[in-house]
Design a protein around this ligand. Structure first.
Ligand SMILES: Cc1cc2nc3c(=O)[nH]c(=O)nc-3n(C[C@H](O)[C@H](O)[C@H](O)COP(=O)(O)OP(=O)(O)OC[C@H]3O[C@@H](n4cnc5c(N)ncnc54)[C@H](O)[C@@H]3O)c2cc1C
Length: 365
């Protein structure tokens, strides 16, 4: 298989197969030095640190915002994070992003979207933002001690799936282990699989996966479920789902791909093996809001809360993608949000420039 186009911080993806049943692994190339704040990629002395649109995050939301802002001559700076390209860098085949009838590998898709943003004069800094100051315009963000200033700010830092943190689970990610049923369920047609989790999302994913899988084992480490009663009833009434309570995953079995699970009884510690081909982890997502949550409103799950369209409660600060979305969590919805946020930022700049006499870069630019 040819190596995917990759302009993402020297990170290469080593694909062993074309679907989550095949395999991928992230390989750090020698020119990338790991350090706090992300890989050093030659952006330690960025060519610009001030912009009309400062974008934090470089998944589908941040990169699409960059394309729109750049094409509006707003010369965006993208603080792309230590995982440039976002979550799709961790998946192989993407079959539901419009425009690719034969599917496209996640890293290649992200490389292409980034190249499109670069074409229109976007500056990229592949580092994490560790703190922001949103008390006044221009809004300020710091990455590796360098201060960046934006008349507007678009936050597109995504959300990270919570994993079991087993060595075997991490090794087999993309080789039968997934955290996205909507994305990868299709690849498990007529296969026996398991879902781990005890909340509504785990129930929804298990029910959804019965459309493809021959059998779905729902594994939950406790006796009772956190999910709503209606979801629990639906799960127990589904002949394709077998529920295993008091059951933990001790190990994901398999070398090149998942071949089974070693399960542990949470009460008596006894272990048994369960042969199957896929494992979906549905124990939640953590929105990447660390630097912003003291400034912006969050919902009960910790996701950033837009107020009107993509606008946050702070004028000129906009929110896009999975960092505010625990419902859809798709590349195309995140990209759509990025577009909306950039258009909202552009309009806000225009309106502010028209009405403002003092303060902020908008008035002086
Ligand atoms: C295994 C897997 C497979 C998937 N497959 C599909 C699929 O087939 N189709 C589909 O539509 N969707 C798929 N998804 C979902 C899709 O990847 C997400 O919905 C989408 O990537 C969300 O985009 P985003 O831009 O909001 O955030 P993300 O993609 O999460 O990107 C967030 C960005 O923010 C950056 N960041 C985070 N914190 C900071 C910080 N402090 N400072 C600077 N930057 C920061 C990160 O480095 C990253 O670049 C999959 C997800 C997973 C996990």
């Amino acid at each position: 298989m040819t190596e995917p186009t990759n302009r993402l911080a020297g990170l290469k993806i080593d694909f062993g197969g074309g679907s989550p049943l095949g395999g991928i692994s992230l390989v750090q190339t020698p020119d990338v030095a790991l350090a706090a704040g992300g890989p050093a990629t030659g952006t330690d002395a960025p060519e610009r640190t001030e912009t009309k649109v400062l974008i934090i995050g470089s998944g589908p939301a941040g990169l699409t915002a960059a394309i729109y802002a750049a094409r509006a001559n707003l010369e965006p700076i993208v603080l792309a994070g230590s995982a440039p390209g976002g979550q799709l860098m961790l998946t192989s085949e993407v079959e539901n992003f419009p425009g690719f009838p034969d599917g496209i590998e996640g890293p290649e898709l992200m490389g292409r979207i980034r190249a499109q943003a670069e074409r229109f004069a976007t500056v990229f800094v592949d580092q994490d933002v560790d703190r922001v100051d949103l008390s006044a315009r221009p809004y300020r963000a710091w990455a590796r001690g360098i201060e960046y200033r934006g008349e507007t700010l678009i936050i597109a830092t995504g959300a990270s799936a919570i994993w079991l943190e087993l060595e075997s689970e991490q090794r087999l990610r993309g080789r039968g282990v997934s955290a996205c049923a909507t994305c990868d369920g299709f690849f498990f047609r007529d296969r026996e699989i398991a879902v781990v989790g005890g909340g509504d999302s785990a129930m929804e994913e298990a029910a959804y996966l019965t459309r493809f899988a021959s059998k779905v084992h729902l594994l939950h480490r406790r006796d009772g479920f956190r999910a709503s009663k209606i979801m629990i009833d639906r799960i127990y009434g589904n002949p394709k789902i077998q529920v295993h309570t008091n059951t933990e995953v001790a190990e994901v079995l398999g070398d090149a791909k998942v071949t089974g699970l070693r399960l542990r009884d949470a009460q008596d510690g006894s272990e048994r093996n369960l042969p199957l081909e896929g494992l979906f982890i549905a124990i939640g997502h953590r929105p990447n809001t660390g630097a912003f949550k003291t400034w912006l409103d969050t919902d009960e799950k910790g996701y950033l809360l837009p107020h009107e369209h993509t606008a946050s409660r702070i004028p000129g600060v906009f929110i896009a993608g999975d960092v505010a979305d625990h419902r859809y969590r798709q590349a195309v919805t995140a990209a759509g949000d990025g577009c909306r946020a950039a258009i909202d930022a552009e309009r806000w700049l225009e309106e502010t420039a028209a009405t403002s006499q003092t303060g902020g870069l908008a008035a002086t630019a």
